[in-house]
Design a protein around this ligand. Structure first.
Ligand code: ZN
Length: 237
């Protein structure tokens, strides 16, 4: 770990690029940009596009991108209209455990490898409501090496998470400079990867991503790696 154990090859900090839900634009715009620069990212997947275009996703995995667990049905709070039919408040620990294991089985069947890291859908870490509300973090922690954004397992390594949807390059670089100043680990989170005018507000501008990759190559002192690799390094696994 930094301090006791510096980042590999004299790098000053670590950066993991991550994208959620396996939106089709990730394969259309994201893979080509990342592959052009040779950077490997982490994809916390849902299965609609994977089932529609398995070959594209398998090629990305073979090429070194990480496929992470994000549950099968992506339960979020029923306070959001679109999630009411599959509200996390209606889940028990047993039901969410099945979701985690079913997603792992689907990923293993498709890619021949179990996912090692997890991202909480909508960042929601509890099931049930009122007096039955329970954290499902213990279920996640016993199944995975690391859950995105968790500081608990990383000891002295400062961890930061920065969104990239509708965020400009300066903002991301500013965050990177902060993390670099204290030898930490920055994880970015995005959804669609597409031209700026894509209608979904959860869109990372593919030209911004391209410019970020160029900037990282110029700096040369940032360790860019998937979340599972950095987590394994930090944990000494
Ligand atoms: Zn998601």
């Amino acid at each position: 770990m930094p301090g006791a154990r510096p980042w590999p090859n004299g790098k000053r900090c670590a950066l993991s690029l991550s994208f959620d839900d396996a939106r089709p634009t990730q394969a259309d715009y994201g893979f080509p940009v990342l592959d052009k620069h040779g950077y490997k990212a982490t994809f916390y997947v849902c299965f609609r596009d994977l089932d529609a275009r398995p070959d594209l996703w398998k090629a990305a995995h073979r090429n070194g991108h990480e496929i992470g667990n994000h549950t099968v049905s992506h339960p979020c709070s029923g306070k959001a209209e679109w999630s009411r039919h599959n509200a996390i408040e209606d889940y028990t620990l047993e039901r969410i455990a099945r979701e985690l294991d079913d997603a792992t089985a689907k990923i293993e069947a498709l890619f021949g490898e179990k996912p090692r890291t997890f991202a909480y859908p909508c960042g929601e870490r509890h099931v049930g409501r009122d007096e039955n509300r329970r954290s499902y973090e213990p279920l996640v922690n016993e199944r995975f090496l690391y859950a995105r954004g968790d500081g608990v397992l990383t000891g002295p390594v400062p961890v930061k998470v920065q969104g990239t949807d509708r965020v400009d390059l300066d903002r991301v670089l500013q965050r990177l400079d902060e993390v670099r100043a204290n030898g930490g680990w920055l994880m970015t989170v995005g959804h669609e990867i597409a031209p700026k005018d894509h209608p979904d507000p959860l869109t990372t501008d593919h030209e911004m991503l391209d410019a970020l990759c160029r900037n990282l190559a110029e700096r040369g002192d940032v360790w860019v790696a998937p979340i599972k690799e950095v987590a394994a390094y930090v944990k000494g696994a």
